[in-house]
Design a protein around this ligand. Structure first.
Ligand code: AMP
Length: 614
């Protein structure tokens, strides 16, 4: 067995690794560590989160860094604050027996003066998000002239998020002689071009097959319609009594809506997205780590830095806009040796995209039927019985009450007692699922996908730039934000096509958006940008440009509620009423006034649900 000592790491580092419980190197560590220690050739590594890539690039840097010299010797760029903090913390842990080795983590949304002071005191390693790193370079607080190592971690994600300019600036601020280490789960064109332009004949290593998913993750898909998507999601949560999952959504709005509905329906859930303040995000993440929250509903970007090893499921409420992101999502489960399931909820129309994903992950999706009410009942019931079986009895505490209880239950046989107990727990639950439809029979559900996933509160715009202009969702959002349309205007669905695109935006800002684009006449990659309001899409066919006419809305919702009540509280499976009520509230709620609901509902009921206060 190869050990960390065999890879060329000094004893104080291997001792710290033992403290952390790292017994042997992972595949990527075994390949990257000796390579970086023994050679200053650039390195291109195909590695997903969960493979141990952080240690793969950090350990050799810690090994080689000159602790007697307090200049910045390594700069590590990562896409999000959470990930940067996690890398910084890992480096502190790895170097805890090297007291002179110092690391600073710099990121936006946090006091810059403190970060400047820390840099001034002298550090050898800096971990940063691209924006803040550039800010510090511009203020001359961060000097990269002596850098020996530049790490681009999750390079694909940084480019997805529109950090190309920042990467260019940091790359320019570092000396030619440095060694560049690029880690990415996927290698789309943009990442390849960074590698081509900024790296010299890099050595390539992989943590497995290029772009292939973890062997510990199985992939399932459930066929849904727009009408049954949320119900199917709930049934998956109900079937898996020990669920600990991230549900991925494409937009902040979708994230908030799904989370609001789940909370309303009594699940132990909360949302994580960019509209939340840093404190709110930290608080949600803290609860998720402690499992006070069992289901985290998140956007791709917000979930980037999450370091949770024992997720049971990753659920794609909608598939990501860029299929490469599926890999990032599913890689959140099946980590550190445990098994995980990645679920995609797809409509018939979306089904084709699974094939493209299968080509990337080199695995097949297994079609799985949405659980029936009966299956869920069986699982929940047995789970309850198991819980009862393993409940510890505190004789002392209940002793005083027992005689009276025995007296009250006198005359009931063992069987009768069990029947009554099960009925008490399950009557409402039974009646709820008794009448629940088979969600696999999509033809019997009036499909509202005709209305599209679009929201009636949104206006759909045509924009004359597309993929060929290097537009991606992050850059489009950036472009819209640059027009200063309004404070935190809500952006909905985005469709990037080859030469043009569509985006949805809060209809209250319809006129302001048109005016802003007209007044600013923005340029994008050398092209003048113009927008116009377009018709909403009909049916499943290709999207056509509207003739400049007004937006057309598809009639009101015709959602039926799913019937009875569930568990310990009333809740309709369709959740239409509650969902509607919540989402209209949430669409107007902003991060600053968003109540921290999770702290209100502390009592956790059975079935992975949160018992709500009555
Ligand atoms: P990463 O891919 O860097 O996000 O690491 C994924 C998880 O695996 C983290 O929680 C690490 O602490 C853990 N890890 C990394 N390397 C090892 C190792 N050699 N042995 C055990 N756990 C590890």
């Amino acid at each position: 067995m190869t050990t960390f000592l065999d890879l060329g790491l000094q004893e104080p580092i291997t001792r710290a690794l033992i403290d952390l419980g790292y017994q042997k190197p992972t595949v990527i560590q075994e390949k990257a560590i000796p390579q970086i220690i023994s050679s200053d050739t650039d390195l291109k590594a195909f590695a997903q989160t969960g493979t141990g890539k952080t240690a793969a690039f950090s350990l050799p840097i810690i090994e080689l860094a000159d602790q007697t010299n307090s200049n910045v010797q390594a700069i590590i760029l990562s896409p999000t604050r959470e990930l940067a903090v996690q890398i910084g913390k890992n480096i502190e842990d790895f170097s805890k027996y090297l007291p002179n080795l110092k690391v600073a983590t710099v990121y936006g949304g946090s006091n810059i003066d403190e970060q400047i002071r820390k840099l001034k005191r002298g550090v050898q390693i800096v971990v940063g998000t691209p924006g803040r790193t550039v800010d510090l370079i511009n203020r001359r607080a961060l000097k990269l002239g002596n850098v020996k190592w530049l790490v681009l971690d999750e390079a694909d994600e940084m480019l997805n998020m529109g950090f190309k300019d920042e990467l260019d600036k940091v790359l320019d601020a570092t000396p030619e002689t440095k060694q560049t280490l690029l880690f990415s789960a996927t290698f789309p064109r943009e990442v390849e071009s960074i590698a081509r332009n900024y790296m010299t004949q890099p050595v390539e290593i992989t943590s497995g097959e290029k772009n292939s998913g973890s062997d510990n993750v199985s992939h399932e898909y459930y066929l849904v319609s727009e009408r049954t998507r949320y119900q199917a999601l709930k049934r998956i949560a109900d079937l898996n009594t020990d669920i600990y999952a991230i549900i991925f959504c494409r937009t902040r709005r979708e994230t908030q809506e799904v989370s609001d509905k789940l909370i309303q329906d009594g699940y132990s859930a909360d949302a994580l997205h960019g509209d939340l303040s840093q404190n709110q995000r930290d608080s949600v993440m803290g609860k998720f780590r402690k499992k006070t929250i069992k289901i985290l509903v998140a956007t791709d970007v917000a979930a980037r830095g999450i370091d949770v090893n024992d997720l049971t499921h990753v659920i794609n409420h909608k598939l990501p806009d860029q299929i490469e992101n599926y890999n990032h999502r599913s890689g959140r489960t099946g980590r550190a040796g445990s098994k995980g399931i990645s679920i995609a909820l797809v409509s018939k129309k979306e089904q084709g995209r699974l094939r493209s994903i299968e080509r990337i992950i080199k695995k097949k999706f297994v079609h799985t039927a949405v659980p029936t009410g009966k299956e869920i009942l069986k699982n929940q019931l047995f789970h309850l019985i198991d819980t009862v079986n393993t409940t510890e009895v505190n004789q002392k505490e209940i002793a005083d009450f027992l005689p009276a209880i025995y007296e009250k239950l006198e005359g009931l046989s063992r069987e009768e007692l069990i029947q009554k107990f099960v009925s008490k727990e399950f009557n409402t639950f039974l009646s709820y699922y008794e009448s629940a439809a088979d969600l696999n029979d999509l033809s019997s559900n009036r499909d509202s996908s005709r209305r599209g996933a679009s929201n009636e509160n949104m206006t759909r715009f045509f924009i004359n730039i597309g993929r060929k202009d290097k537009l991606n969702p992050a850059r489009l959002i950036g472009l819209i934000n640059d027009q200063n349309i309004g404070n935190k205007v809500e952006i909905g669905a985005i469709d990037i096509l080859d030469t043009f695109s569509f985006f949805e935006l809060d209809k209250n800002f319809e006129a302001a958006t048109l005016d802003a684009f007209q007044a600013n006449s923005p340029d994008f990659e050398g092209r003048g940008v113009n927008i116009e309001i377009t018709k909403k899409r009909e049916g499943g066919g290709g999207r056509k440009r509207g003739g400049g006419g007004g937006r057309r809305s598809f009639g009101g919702g015709d959602r039926k509620s799913g019937g009875g009540s569930f568990g310990r509280r009333r809740s309709s499976e369709g959740s239409s009423n509650s969902g509607e009520r919540r989402s209209s509230r949430s669409s107007s709620s902003r991060s600053s006034d968003r109540p921290d609901r999770a702290t209100k509902d502390k009592n956790t009921g059975g079935f992975g649900r949160r018992r709500r206060e009555r």
